[in-house]
Design a protein around this ligand. Structure first.
Ligand code: SF4
Length: 340
């Protein structure tokens, strides 16, 4: 059983308090101190009975703080944090500030098994899953460090969230809790490379989080070249799963599409995308690729990107283009590697 107190939801903390001979409300106080006041040590929670704190410590419980190793900011409003986990593994978290609208991009795994060819994280070995508390604490430590509230959380950092479903979903519930960070479900986005069973599970959840799907190609030939997962979950099956998800939830889905020169940026791919997404309430995000030393891909030209966007927008799809942000500090999409 995990001893990280941030892995526990409010009810679990209350039960723990009772099991250690304290009143249930002590668990509620502890939850607030961990999630709202970012208590670094149990000794800091001075309004808890001393014998309860001592019982927690004696049972091996700890507050589960990530250790901030490095903070790097650039002029685009991006900040990258390098955190150490309790066992020394490293992860990265990225903050994007759009004139006061702050979005935190959290990691869900140390490394990733998916091996997407354009992604630096995909070139790392998979180290381990992050616990719910380790995901949540990326938000808590950022809020503490920057002294402002985070409005949106996107599960788009290192790792594939739906490959760590139980911990990811628990972290969503904890972040959503009223006496915690209190981040509205509609301000939380889970982004997947296309794990169909995970999309099916998400469709059955009651919290209305948003779903983003990394598509990056309109055909199996193109997508399969970039994303090994396409072998297991080919394009048609993935799109059918998204349609089922939408039918069940009525929620709009975002498709991410990273623009790579000469790979997936042709007019045929744009038209293929239109055909594929016909009938789906979708937002399409075209992402300007951020080159890095670990791949040979090049970004599409701005002209190509604009033309691609125009073809899609012309058919009435909501399409936006996300230009490079955080590139100077290796914090942009596909650049996270946790090596410095
Ligand atoms: S893009 Fe996402 S799923 Fe693919 S390798 Fe990178 S972190 Fe993993």
């Amino acid at each position: 059983m995990s001893k990280n107190l941030k892995d526990l939801e409010l009810d679990e903390l209350k039960k723990l308090a009772v099991s250690l001979g304290a009143e249930a409300f002590c668990g509620a106080i502890l939850f607030e101190w961990l999630h709202q006041k970012a208590a670094a040590r149990l000794e800091d929670v001075t309004n808890l009975p001393k014998n309860f704190r001592q019982a927690l410590q004696a049972a091996g419980y700890f507050s589960g703080n990530l250790r901030l190793l490095k903070r790097a900011a650039d002029t685009s409003g991006a900040v990258k944090y390098l955190f150490a986990l309790a066992d020394g593994q490293k992860i990265e978290t990225v903050l994007l500030d759009d004139e006061g609208r702050r979005t935190l991009c959290v990691s869900t795994q140390a490394g990733c098994k998916m091996g997407c060819l354009f992604c630096a994280t995909g070139r790392m070995n998979f180290k381990r899953q992050l616990s719910a508390g380790e995901i949540v604490d990326q938000v808590i430590q950022t809020v503490k460090n920057e002294r402002f509230k985070i409005q949106n959380v996107v599960y788009m950092g290192m790792g594939e969230p739906l490959d760590n479903y139980a911990n990811v979903w628990k972290s969503v519930r904890i972040l959503n809790a009223k006496n915690g960070q209190n981040i509205g479900a509609r301000h939380i986005t889970i982004s997947t490379c296309g794990i169909i069973p995970g999309i099916e599970k998400l469709a059955a959840e009651s919290l209305q989080v948003r779903l983003a799907v990394s598509l990056h190609g309109a055909t199996d030939a193109v997508r399969g070249r970039l994303m090994p997962i396409n072998k297991k979950y080919p394009v048609r099956d993935l799109i059918q799963a998204v349609k089922n998800y939408q039918q069940k939830t009525g929620r709009r889905v975002t498709f991410e599409y990273i623009m790579l020169e000469g790979v997936n940026d042709s007019r045929e791919q744009a038209r293929g995308l239109l055909k594929l997404l016909h009938g789906i309430g979708a937002q399409i995000n075209l992402i300007e690729y951020n080159p890095h030393a670990r791949t040979d891909f090049k970004p599409s030209s701005r002209k190509t990107l604009k033309e691609f966007r125009w073809i899609i927008a012309d058919r009435g799809f909501a399409v936006s283009a996300r230009f490079k942000r955080g590139q100077a500090i290796d914090a942009a999409c596909g650049q996270l590697y946790a090596d410095n």
